[in-house]
Design a binder for this molecule. Structure first.
Ligand code: NDP
Length: 302
């Protein structure tokens, strides 16, 4: 089978030699051709799908497929799988734990105090006294939720269809999750239903003094509303990995806001060392006529 690797974000050199070694009978190419049957994509160059008339399967090299689904040239009937990468899931769990503990142990406050040369111990809160709400309990949310439960936090998980996960209180009522969460972690896919979901109304429903972690997509958050909620003191801190416009504009007021911690969309990076076996397995599944893992539901949009 001829397999196209098309990405402006993933370096081909980190993938192709290992892919070719794992699938020696297949042929990997970097330019679209009429006889390509499988495409491995992450931010493919313009005019990629237009030149693939016999495509049978698309494997995303990213977990989120919002950009891919928005591509007008995406062929309608070709199945798409998103990446389910154990290395990314582990990375996301570490990132969210790091932010949760920074907030829970009040390190964000002590950094401010250090800047003022202020020695002032603050009262300690126990993990079991904190309720953490997860927006989205899919691949990432479930792993993060389990790690937080293991640390003794109370964990709520919000999803579209409801779910059962040991230790996580699963809820489908968004108002309830917002009202009960001292700390809210957004791990939703970006769809028309979830775009701008974290807005002034949502922040006002959260308890005073709450915290937000967004590691999903920038467009989930209305940045201006967030700044108002932070500057008024209603929210104490926001950890933001993703932004409506990336890279974040050097002029953005978020950079200088002491209540915001910024990372440059690195909460979980695609990791060829752990992703490659999953990509190979999916190619083999499709070759055998089976459904790939991580099949995208185009109607739901994720
Ligand atoms: P999944 O598809 O496995 O899980 C998505 C979860 O969101 C599910 O629980 C789903 O509910 C829920 N959900 C979707 N739509 C709604 C809705 N309208 N209302 C309520 N719940 C909803 O996704 P992943 O966990 O793999 O990834 C989530 C997102 O994280 C990705 O789409 C991507 O954008 C982002 N991401 C960010 C990275 C970064 O570095 N910052 C890295 C990797 C991913 P249900 O269970 O009912 O389907």
């Amino acid at each position: 089978v001829k397999i196209l690797f098309a990405s402006t974000s993933e370096p081909a050199g980190r993938w192709i030699p290992a892919l070719q070694a794992a699938l020696p009978d297949d042929r990997f190419v970097l330019e679209p051709a009429p006889d390509v049957e499988v495409a491995l994509v992450a931010q493919p160059p313009p005019r990629t799908f237009e030149r693939l008339p016999h495509l049978k399967f698309i494997q995303s090299l990213w977990m989120g497929v919002d950009q891919l689904l928005a591509n007008p040239a995406l062929p309608r009937r070709v199945p798409i799988a998103r990446l389910l990468d154990p290395g990314m899931i582990a990375a996301m769990t570490e990132t969210v734990l790091a932010h949760v503990l920074d907030w829970h142990r009040l390190h964000f406050r002590y950094r401010e105090q250090q800047a003022q040369r202020l020695w002032k111990p603050l009262p300690q809160v126990l993990a079991g006294e904190r309720t953490i709400g997860l927006l989205g309990i899919g691949e990432l949310g479930t792993a993060v939720g389990r790690a937080l439960c293991a640390r003794g936090f109370r964990v709520l998980g919000w999803s579209r269809r409801g779910k059962q996960v040991d230790g996580i209180e699963c809820i489908t009522d968004r108002n309830e999750v917002l009202a009960r969460s001292d700390l809210l972690v957004c791990m939703l896919p970006l769809t028309p239903q979830t775009r701008r979901i974290l807005n002034a109304q949502a922040f006002s429903q959260m308890p005073e003094g709450a915290c937000l972690i967004n590691v999903a997509r920038g467009a989930h958050v209305v940045e201006r509303d967030l700044v108002v909620a932070l500057d008024s003191g209603w929210l104490t801190h926001a950890y933001l990995d993703v932004f409506e416009n990336e890279p974040l504009d050097p002029e953005s007021p978020l950079w200088g806001n002491p209540r915001v911690t910024i990372t440059p969309h690195v909460a979980a990076l695609t990791e060829p060392r752990t992703a490659l076996p999953k990509v190979v397995e999916n190619i083999e599944r499709v070759r055998r006529g089976e459904a790939p893992e991580g099949l995208v539901d185009r109607v739901a949009g994720y």
